[in-house]
Design a binder for this molecule. Structure first.
Ligand code: FEC
Length: 338
């Protein structure tokens, strides 16, 4: 039987959505997203076309790997004993395969969280399931309290406020006061309302907190990237919402996709191509904030999420009945404090 070693590294598992690397990978990737149901050939072609329009593939994996490496560097400052890993929900390297590697590396204590700040059972539940499946399969004694959402993290809200301030600089000074800021996040099927999912509430809370930090008067929240699954999804959709704003006389818009943390298809296509085209048709000026990607202040945000999770794990709304056990504090954890 395996025994836990005190000098084993603490594992940090950053989880992201996953992205296909080639056009041939689009169909199996899409099938995985759909829980094994093969999409229609038309839907696959449509998705391939979106990848083609953003340059053939998206940088999601590279960015996630790079941020993992920078976070590891940060956590190891002053001798901290951390290994940071990146695992994907819907494509390689799958979360389960990465957890196998963590077991081989002798990791027992793990902090795992999705690179998505807000909580919904549909979204975070998929990450949780990937972890549970891997734990069941590996039979390795991981001490792994599932990380909650981290939308309330003060450093993240401060960083988002900085991104909004920087984003506003793209407009001429005299226009800035009239810019409408639209915060957005991935839409989900409307049925999440029937189980009192906290997703919408958290998104509005985050948007209001960031708006308050910047001192914004003109802001709204809209959803984006709704799927085509034959059931209603949460709205308003950002592209349609541009029509509404145009009707109200708004001409300058700053898009702030605060539900995401890196450049990927939902940003590079849905905002930079689709929403941008709509804005152009309407004669509106649309700029977007930079994504956190590998910014140093984002690495600090992630380090603080790790620290918070190690010190005081809070039950995740999606799994309120799970008993959350904090990994015991050790010297390795103290180094987070500068
Ligand atoms: O750059 C890339 O290649 C990947 C971009 C990508 C991210 C992402 C994030 C989220 N999704 C969320 C929910 C859903 C639900 C469905 C769904 C479908 C897709 C499809 C693609 C896709 N998502 Fe995604 N999502 C990304 C990409 N997503 C491609 C399939 C084609 C389409 O519908 O557009 C519907 C599943 C179904 O059909 O049954 C639900 C949520 C997030 C934000 C949290 C996170 O990042 O994990 C929520 C990035």
């Amino acid at each position: 039987m395996e025994t836990m070693q005190d000098d084993a590294p603490v594992g940090v598992l950053l989880m992201a959505y996953g992205t296909p690397e080639t056009p041939d990978e689009v169909e199996p990737y899409f099938t995985h997203i759909r829980g094994g149901r093969t999409p229609s050939p038309e839907a696959v072609e449509h998705l391939k076309e979106r990848y083609r329009l953003v340059g053939g593939k998206t940088p999601l994996l590279e960015i996630t790997n790079e941020v993992a490496s920078r976070l590891q560097e940060r956590l190891r400052e002053n001798g901290g004993n951390f290994n940071v890993y990146a695992g994907m929900k819907h494509w390689h390297p799958y979360i389960g395969d990465v957890m196998e590697k963590m077991a081989v590396d002798g990791v027992h204590r793990v902090v795992a969280f999705a690179l998505a700040p807000h909580c919904s059972r549909i979204s975070l539940g998929g990450y949780r399931k990937a972890i549970d499946d891997a734990q069941g399969k590996l039979g390795h004694p991981f001490d792994l309290p599932f990380a909650k959402c981290w939308h309330h993290n003060a450093l993240w809200r401060d960083m988002m406020a900085t991104l909004v301030r920087e984003g506003l600089q793209q407009f001429p000074e005299e226009a800035r006061g009239g810019v409408m800021v639209i915060f957005s996040a991935h839409s989900l099927p409307e049925r999440i309302r029937t189980w009192d999912d906290p997703y919408e509430r958290q998104l509005l809370e985050s948007s209001a907190a960031v708006a308050e930090r910047v001192g914004l008067k003109n802001w709204h929240f809209a959803f984006q990237s709704a799927g085509n699954t034959g059931e209603p999804w949460l709205g308003p959709d950002i592209v349609d919402y541009l029509d509404t704003l145009h009707g109200e006389g708004v001409r300058d818009v700053l898009s702030v996709p605060l539900g995401f943390v890196s450049d990927h298809l939902e940003i590079l296509f849905d905002i930079d191509i689709e929403a941008q085209e709509k804005a152009k048709q309407l004669g509106m000026r649309l700029y977007r904030t930079q994504m956190p990607n590998v910014r140093p202040d984002f690495v600090e945000v992630l380090a603080s999420v790790v620290q918070e999770q190690l010190e005081a794990p809070v039950p995740c709304w999606c799994y309120p009945n799970l008993v959350q056990v904090a990994p015991s504090r050790s010297a390795a954890l103290q180094v987070l404090k500068k």
